[in-house]
Design a protein around this ligand. Structure first.
Ligand code: ADP
Ligand code: MG
Length: 452
């Protein structure tokens, strides 16, 4: 993404979470003027905006930008008096907000107690065959927390609705029972909480703070892989809630048995309830998602554009939303719907051709990452089990997905005898017909390879 696209997609997401008036007040005439890897410089029209944005929106903006580019670590706001460079928008008088109103405004409306964002609900969650099991399980849990599936473990690739679904469950539970104590915690927060508690010798207080919770939601739990101390403490937190029939909901990018370096006892806890996945929506469902998002915003786009997005933006639902939002921003700035040609240009950053996606490098990179190895390890002359299998999987996928010849694969792997490659291929092929864990792993790896 270039600076312009990055900022447009950031604006698109901010716009979802704040009022229209606030959005126009604080974000008009802003742009990313430059970026090195770690720092993004955002120009704003005056000192007031600068102060407001850096106090109130710093974290939100940084988070959204980091989702797109994790290398970014800080933001800097600079004042750039109005010039023709930045596209200006005229804001109707009615949309301007008074200072009092602005001061009342709460950042992103995230509930301080629960950490839940009210915009994630079941009502705006589209269900299709790609996520219906998780949806059904989530709904059941929300109706009877602690008593149906405990824990509920939802896994799948990024941008496929895990956070949305878990938060929808939380929101529904609170809506039905105001007294219910729901807490949503990202696993980064959980890890840092535990580490701080260990360092400052306040583990008891930390655990006590979680004890009254009725529903604990931990997002992206795969990040506790390899964190021994965190796992140990979390195991106790988990048990004490579980024993009291408190609901635990977890998400991860892979199923428990594929999370590397996860303590056995924790893995078996994670597997003790319901495990369900979210996968990629098909074309029809992508179209439904687009239409429902448009309806929420009360805006129409012509069918040819929607079909173009649905057939070309396949990576995940977040990208689908991003694509839509960049068209909506165009619409707002220019006050007219883009035609298909313009739309195609605006959507360039979201569209991948299959040939860009699945290639040698991508397969090696994805396999290594999936098994928590460095790429070079795949090429090691070792018989260590934790490397042999990923290497065989890589060989298998090169053959199966890219139709590489066996000798070509052998050459890539340091001139091995091509019968070794044939052996690897057959072994994985055979195993993938019976071994569920392997089937799942191959599916997840393929999903990632093809999602760009
Ligand atoms: P994940 O946590 O799996 O990375 P998110 O829950 O953050 O994904 O979803 C990414 C974006 O896509 C969010 O804005 C979310 O609202 C939207 N989204 C995901 N799944 C659905 C769905 N089934 N229906 C409607 N919107 C969805
Ligand atoms: Mg998420």
């Amino acid at each position: 993404m270039n600076n312009y696209e990055l900022w447009q997609s950031t604006l698109a997401q901010i716009e979802l979470s704040i009022s229209k008036a606030n959005f126009s007040t604080w974000f008009q005439n802003t742009e990313i003027t430059s970026r090195d890897n770690e720092r993004v410089i955002i120009s704003v029209p005056n000192a007031f905006s600068k102060e407001w944005l850096s106090n109130k929106y710093y974290k939100v903006i940084l988070k959204i930008i980091r989702d797109a580019d994790p290398l970014v670590r800080e933001l800097e706001f600079t004042i750039k008096p109005q010039s023709k460079a930045a596209p200006t928008r005229d804001i109707p008088e009615a949309e301007k907000v008074s200072i009092e109103q602005q001061l009342k405004f709460e950042e992103l409306k995230v509930n301080k107690e629960t950490n839940l964002n009210p915009r994630y609900t079941f009502e705006n969650f589209i269900v299709g065959s790609f996520n219906e099991l998780s949806y059904a399980a989530g709904l059941a849990v929300s109706e009877n927390p602690g008593h149906v599936y405990n824990p509920l473990f939802i896994y799948g690739g990024v941008g496929l609705g895990k956070t949305h679904l878990m938060q929808a469950i939380g929101n529904k539970i609170v809506e039905q029972n105001k007294k219910s104590k729901v807490r949503y915690i990202t696993s980064e927060k959980l890890i840092s909480g535990i580490i701080t508690a260990i360092r400052s010798n306040t583990m008891d207080a930390f655990k006590a703070s979680l004890a009254p919770i009725d529903v604990l939601i931990i997002d992206d739990v795969q990040f506790i892989a390899g964190k021994i101390k965190t796992q140990e403490e979390f195991f106790h937190v988990f048990n004490s809630l579980y024993e009291k029939n408190k609901q635990i909901i977890l998400s991860s990018d892979k199923p428990p048995n594929a999370i590397p370096e996860l303590e056995e006892r924790l893995r078996s806890r994670f597997e003790g309830g319901m495990i369900s996945d979210v996968s990629l929506p098909d074309y029809e469902t992508r179209l439904v998602i687009l239409k429902s998002k448009l309806q929420e915003k009360n805006i129409k786009l012509p069918d040819d554009i929607l079909e173009y997005i649905a057939s070309n933006v396949k990576k995940n639902i977040r990208e689908l939303e991003g694509a839509l939002n960049s068209l909506l921003i165009y619409y707002k700035i220019n006050n007219t719907v883009p035609n298909i040609e313009t739309a195609k240009k605006l959507l360039k950053g979201f569209v991948f051709s299959p040939f860009d996606v699945a290639n040698y490098k991508k397969i090696i990179e994805t396999v290594a990452k999936f098994y928590n190895l460095e790429e070079k390890h795949l090429f090691n002359e070792t018989r260590r089990k934790e490397i042999v299998k990923p290497r065989q999987v890589a060989m298998f996928l090169l053959r199966k997905e890219l139709k590489y010849s066996f000798p070509a694969i052998a050459r890539k792997f340091g001139g091995k005898d091509h019968t070794t490659v044939i052996y690897a291929y057959k072994k994985i092929l055979q195993e993938s017909e019976q071994n569920h864990k392997l089937i799942e792993e191959l599916n997840l790896i393929k999903q990632r390879v093809y999602s760009g």
